[in-house]
Each structure stands twice: as structure tokens, then as C-alpha cells.
Design a protein around this ligand. Structure first.
Ligand SMILES: N[C@@H](CCC(=O)N[C@@H](CS)C(=O)NCC(=O)O)C(=O)O
Length: 237
């Protein structure tokens, strides 16, 4: 299959889940229109007309006749859940994002699952609840242990890296700037820990991700920093 209809991508720069879809759209070089959702004044039309299932971003509409983003055609396919959309894009653009070898594909999906469970839990714990950094660092060490000596998570760039990149970028950004509910200084301390030789492979992986054109096209460091600095959910009391 190839893209045969319009793609409207509902997103916001702060969201790591939206960022996954953005990276995938850039990787496959889809023809798409991005629509930023005002997360401070969540639009009712989004919940009723685009994503009544989870009412979360990201979402896409695919196909159907031309229509304004806030009133998509009933004929357009509506999809939500970041990795469902990423896998859909991998189907629309065969040969990209998925390794052809079934074992490597299974490993890629396992990597995604680790991010959606353990890394995400540790991310929420440290930045949103102020739990000790050790759990986050342990999870990052576990991720590092799964990486091959060189290249991306399963060699070629794949769905695994699409899933991981937004979280790794935000983890580094938040730590370096000491943003989060943990005690002052704990973020910078964890950031320094990650600069030690022990984490060299993970840091190289993150550098490779950030150098990728799909990442550069989908990430504005200053803007994401500003948004997270002002995110009320992770401000210290
Ligand atoms: N499992 C979902 C998570 C999506 C998600 O949590 N989106 C957040 C933004 S990062 C959201 O829309 N939050 C708004 C809300 O919960 O009202 C995915 O993979 O897409």
C-alpha cells in the first residue's frame, strides 16, 4: 500500500507521544498537515469529531474528501495511540521503519514495550512524583544493555527508535535543566552520571537519534524546553 489520501496530524510539541508520530511521518516522507491542539483550552470538537475514543493526542485522520481539521469528513479514517499510528505508517510505506527479519522485528517491538512500560513508569516517577533517580538510571542502563555495539536499537532505524527518541530527548533535556518534582540538583546529578563512561553507548545512541533528519525536523529544543519549564504538572511545590 502507499499513501493514497490526505493525512491530518493532531499534535502538540510538548508531547513525547505526538513526537513519535511526527518522527515517523518525516521518516516515511508522508504528505501531511500538522494541526497543533491548544492543550490549555482543549477543543471540544477534537473530543467529538477526531478522537472520541481516548480524547488524547496524537491522532490522525486519513483519506476522505478535503475538510477543515476541526470538522473532518466522516469518511476519513481516524486513528489514535502513537504506536498504532506509527505501525499504520509502516504499512502505508512498506520497506521503511520495520526490519524485514521477524526476529529483529520482534526485538524492535520488545524495545517499544519496554519504553511504554518500564521507562515510562520511571519517567513519570522521577519527573512527576519526585521518586529517587536510581530507578530511572536503572531503566536507562537496561535499555543500553539491549543496544547493539553500533547503530540503532535493532541496527537500521526502526519503530523501536521512533518510540524511544522522544522520551530519551526529553529525559536528557529535563535532567540537564533540573526540571521536575525531585529535590533541586538531583536532575543535574543524574545528568552528570549519564556522562560517565558507563553510559557511553546510550549517549552515542541518543546523539545518533538527534542527528537524524526526521528528529531534527520534528524537534525544536528551545520550544520544548520552554513548554516543560512551564508545565504545571512537574513544578516543585
Ligand atoms: N498511549 C497514548 C498516550 C497519549 C497521551 O497520553 N497523550 C497525552 C499527551 S502526551 C494527552 O493527550 N493528554 C491529554 C489528556 O489526558 O487529557 C499514545 O501512545 O498515544
Amino acid at each position: 500500500m502507499v499513501q493514497s489520501g490526505q493525512i491530518t496530524f493532531y499534535t502538540h510539541m510538548y508531547s513525547p507521544y505526538c513526537h513519535r508520530v511526527h518522527i515517523a511521518l518525516e521518516e516515511v516522507q508522508a504528505d501531511y498537515k500538522a494541526v497543533t491542539i491548544n492543550v490549555m483550552e482543549w477543543p471540544q470538537w477534537y473530543n467529538t469529531k477526531v478522537n472520541p475514543i481516548t480524547r488524547k493526542i496524537p491522532a490522525i485522520t486519513y483519506g476522505g474528501p478535503a475538510a477543515p481539521p476541526e470538522d473532518p469528513s466522516p469518511e476519513a479514517v481516524k486513528l489514535t495511540e502513537s504506536m498504532v499510528i506509527v505501525e499504520f505508517l509502516a504499512d502505508l510505506f512498506p520497506g521503511k521503519l520495520r526490519p524485514s527479519d521477524p526476529v529483529q522485528l520482534a526485538y524492535a517491538r520488545l524495545f517499544v514495550a519496554l519504553f511504554d512500560t518500564k521507562v515510562h513508569e520511571a519517567f513519570k516517577g522521577f519527573f512527576f512524583m519526585g521518586t529517587p533517580a536510581s530507578d530511572l538510571l536503572d531503566q536507562l542502563e537496561g535499555i543500553q544493555a539491549r543496544l547493539p555495539e553500533t547503530g540503532f536499537a535493532v541496527g537500521e532505524f526502526s519503530i523501536a527508535d521512533v518510540a524511544a527518541a522522544p522520551f530519551l530527548a526529553r529525559i536528557m533535556l529535563l535532567l540537564e535543566n533540573d526540571i521536575g518534582k525531585y529535590p533541586v540538583g538531583e536532575g543535574k546529578k543524574a545528568f552528570e552520571e549519564l556522562q560517565k563512561p558507563k553510559f557511553a553507548r546510550l549517549m552515542k545512541y541518543i546523539a545518533d537519534i538527534k542527528a537524524r533528519s526526521s528528529f531534527r525536523a520534528s524537534y525544536d529544543h528551545a520550544q520544548v524546553l520552554f513548554i516543560w519549564q512551564n508545565n504545571p504538572a512537574i513544578q516543585r511545590a
